[in-house]
Design a protein around this ligand. Structure first.
Ligand SMILES: O=C(O)c1ccc[n+]([C@@H]2O[C@H](COP(=O)([O-])O)[C@@H](O)[C@H]2O)c1
Ligand SMILES: Cc1cc2nc[nH]c2cc1C
Length: 359
């Protein structure tokens, strides 16, 4: 097996609060200031697509992907030369409720596996030449158990979002978001239940493969969390900080920063999509620069993606996380850019266009 060692960046346990204003209000301001799509670039892609040596529309969604890339990269000829997977890792107090099939120690052990090059995501990144970064979000400091109190206070939540923004400092032209965190499908389930309502059981799947008794405990934990925090769930940022976790907060920050830096985003599965759902609840257009990489096997993902108006690129019955679904989808997005930028036009290739058929 080819192993490529990967350095791990660790977040400080304490990050200074922004100097002015209420922290969550700073986040709301950042979202309000995000740039929109570059329509001139998108139109340039549509115009060039008509000239390429293929029947119009014959590349289906690959054509839409090229247009989407151009709009969010603000480039009339989109390119994917520096795709990047960022995996954010956090630990969750709610694992004390017996909600996962695996012990909390696996989060750090998997980070060591990422660093050594031995995880599935290492191999996908190597196969498609995608950069890979891993971020340890205070793993030794699990978030609060949301059945007993808040997962995060406002200061920690905003600091973690800011850390997620900073994660893009090295640059990229396509960002695949991933996560690692034993127990985080329970946080994601609680977030969806808080945002969308319905029985807790709808939003609870088996995650890493929890048994029937564990699934019952998971549903009970989400119900307990919803009951405890019921009076405070109107504001999506309150939902985020009360249910956590740090990786979901950091991913929210990364999605916001990517938009400002004109980096299109590919979402991974059930957990990464929870961060997108928080932003979507704050401002639906805030995730227009995000594609759903795949449909997770975690039951309710299809419902969530429908609410977000996202059609996943892949449906491979995967439920691993780590950004694996997003990274596989990145291969298609890279191909969409290569097709659009590299194909010859009818004129260049001397191929007769539609309408030139013999009578
Ligand atoms: O993203 C998904 O669709 C997904 C579905 C099921 C499990 N996971 C991964 O499994 C871990 C969480 O599962 P659990 O059962 O501990 O809540 C976490 O590390 C996720 O990356 C991820
Ligand atoms: C082994 C293992 C690998 C993972 N990768 C993402 N989540 C995971 C959960 C487990 C348990």
């Amino acid at each position: 097996m080819a192993k490529r060692p990967v350095p791990i960046s660790a977040s400080p346990d304490e990050t200074p609060m922004p100097a002015s204003g209420l922290p969550f209000d700073d986040i709301r301001q950042l979202i309000a200031a995000m740039p929109g799509p570059d329509m001139a670039a998108a139109n340039a892609v549509r115009a060039r697509d008509k000239e390429l040596t293929k029947p119009a529309g014959s590349l289906g969604r690959m054509e839409e992907i090229a247009e989407w890339l151009a709009a969010w990269q603000a480039k009339p000829i989109p390119r994917v030369d520096r795709p990047l997977v960022c995996v954010f890792a956090g630990n969750h107090g709610v694992v004390a409720q017996g909600v996962s099939a695996f012990p909390q120690a696996v989060t750090r052990q998997m980070l060591e596996n990422f660093a050594a090059g031995g995880a599935a995501i290492n191999q996908i990144c190597a196969a498609f030449d995608i950069g890979f970064k891993v971020f340890d979000l205070a793993l030794d400091l699990p978030t609060g158990d949301f059945t007993q109190g808040d997962a995060l206070d406002e200061r920690a939540c905003v600091a973690t979002m800011a850390f997620g923004m900073e994660a893009l400092a090295g640059g990229a032209d396509l960002l695949c978001l991933g996560e690692m965190g034993i127990g985080n499908t329970t946080s994601a389930a609680a977030i969806y239940a808080a945002l969308y309502g319905g029985d807790a059981a709808i939003w609870c799947g088996r995650g890493t493969g929890v048994d029937d008794a564990g699934l019952k405990r998971k549903v009970a934990a989400v119900e307990a969390g919803l009951a405890l925090h019921a009076a405070h769930l109107r504001d999506p940022l309150e939902v985020l900080r009360r249910f956590g976790g740090r990786e979901i907060a950091a991913i929210c920050g990364a999605i916001i920063a990517a938009r400002s830096q004109r980096i299109p985003v590919i979402l991974d599965g059930y957990v990464v999509t929870a961060a997108a759902a928080i932003l979507h609840a704050l401002e639906p257009s805030s995730i227009d620069h995000c594609l759903a990489g795949h449909l997770s096997a975690e039951g309710a993902h299809a419902q969530v993606l429908a609410r977000l108006g996202k059609q996943p690129l892949l449906a491979l019955d995967m439920r691993l996380g780590e950004g694996t679904g997003a990274a596989l989808a990145a291969s298609l997005v890279k191909a969409a850019a290569a097709i659009h930028s590299g194909m010859a036009t009818f004129a260049q290739a001397g191929v007769a266009g539609k309408g030139a058929a013999e009578a």
